[in-house]
Ligand binder design. Structure first.
Ligand SMILES: NC(=O)c1ccc[n+]([C@@H]2O[C@H](COP(=O)([O-])OP(=O)(O)OC[C@H]3O[C@@H](n4cnc5c(N)ncnc54)[C@H](O)[C@@H]3O)[C@@H](O)[C@H]2O)c1
Length: 331
């Protein structure tokens, strides 16, 4: 067991992380700029100390690690202060608003040998890894013709406890919007199919939702292995669709995160559905916690470092650029 954990941002994911991390830490400290959020967390968990100012929290004691669970616009400033103090960091996705400034944070981590991790947690779902195994079986898959990724949901349903217009997701300046938030999808494309070579993207505000951030992103990626990916993120879909479909010379294969299943239709075979449960999805958080705790105990080479997440962030940056310039952009 480690001693001291500081959780910064006690909203939806911050509280989830406290409930998962508490078995690994003796003392839990929390920081939020909203007193109501601090009060709520103190009523739910055994909290050692709470703060409204980062400087006060960081000068109060030494932490074994810090979880950054605030909106993306604040990730960089908080991360920089933490690593300057020599604190290992767990950063919620997306890494930030853009790649700018993160090399400095990553370099400090390397120099001080600090664990650093970005929470692209879909890599921990067991059916994600089962799908990856299928993709690696070249004989079964054949040649990949096309990849289609949808990440579509209805933003006002995300946080029933608050008006969506008050949620940071509605605000461009805080790092809300479809492209930044649904970037789990871009991370998974990299995880399954390798690196992206070129992007062509359009970012819109199409719906009646009252957002200053984008409500939709449509992209076309050319991969280094020459596969093509069509990608769609939407925040106005009344029916959730979070899935990846690939068409290959041997059939069609689907990773379905809404129905928790893998669907396979191989040529000359009947359609096959491998079903999973909601628990298999939710376990990604507990598995990620265990993985991160083990990293703190033994700082070994791992995925989802800042350096790794910068590859996803770079694609996001290039998509924003492509949409603005209305042209194909090399990554
Ligand atoms: N990996 C996942 O599955 C997952 C799921 C949900 C959210 N997230 C990510 O977590 C982050 C937070 O999302 P959320 O849904 O919990 O948001 P939220 O709005 O529910 O919570 C954010 C909290 O941070 C506080 N805050 C804002 N700025 C702050 C600052 N500078 N200092 C201290 N506190 C501050 C807010 O008051 C709020 O309580 C985002 O980056 C989001 O993309 C990841």
């Amino acid at each position: 067991m480690k001693r001291k954990l500081l959780v910064i941002g006690i909203g939806s994911i911050g509280k989830r992380h406290i409930s998962n991390f508490k078995k690994y830490f003796k003392e839990i400290y929390i920081l939020d700029n909203r007193p109501d959020r601090l009060k709520e967390a103190c009523s739910l968990f055994n909290i050692t100390g709470h703060f409204q100012s980062l400087n006060k929290a960081l000068s109060f004691t030494n932490y074994d690690t810090c979880l950054i669970c605030t909106p993306p616009s604040s990730h960089l400033g908080i991360a920089l202060k933490c690593v300057q103090k020599g604190i290992p960091i767990f950063i919620e996705k997306p890494l930030g608003m853009s790649c700018k400034g993160w090399k400095q944070v990553s370099d400090i981590c390397k120099r001080k040998k600090l664990v650093n991790y970005v929470a692209y947690c879909h890599r921990f779902i067991n059916y994600t890894n089962d799908f990856l195994k299928i993709l690696k079986n070249k004989k079964k898959i054949g040649k990949i013709y096309s990849i289609n990724l949808n990440w579509c949901s209805y933003l006002p349903n995300w946080h029933p406890h608050e008006k969506y217009t008050n949620f940071y997701m509605a605000k461009k300046e805080q790092g809300g919007g479809a492209l930044l938030d649904d970037s789990h999808g871009i991370d998974l494309i990299r995880y399954f199919f390798g690196e992206v070579k070129k992007v062509s993207a359009r970012i819109y505000n199409l719906s009646e939702l009252k957002l200053t951030s984008d409500d939709s992103f449509y992209g076309f990626f050319e991969m280094k292995n020459n596969a093509v990916v069509q990608i769609k993120f939407e925040l106005f879909s009344r029916i959730n669709d979070i899935s990846i479909t690939i068409h290959t010379s041997n059939g069609t294969f689907i990773w379905d995160r809404v129905n928790h299943q893998i669907v396979m239709k191989e040529k000359n075979k009947k359609i096959k559905i491998k079903r999973y449960k909601l628990n298999n999805l939710m376990n990604m958080y507990t598995d990620q916690t265990k993985f991160y705790f083990n990293l703190l105990k033994k700082n070994k080479k791992h995925f989802n470092t800042i350096e790794d997440a910068l590859n996803t962030q770079k694609i996001i940056d290039k998509c924003f650029l492509s949409s603005k310039k209305r042209r194909i952009v090399n990554v």
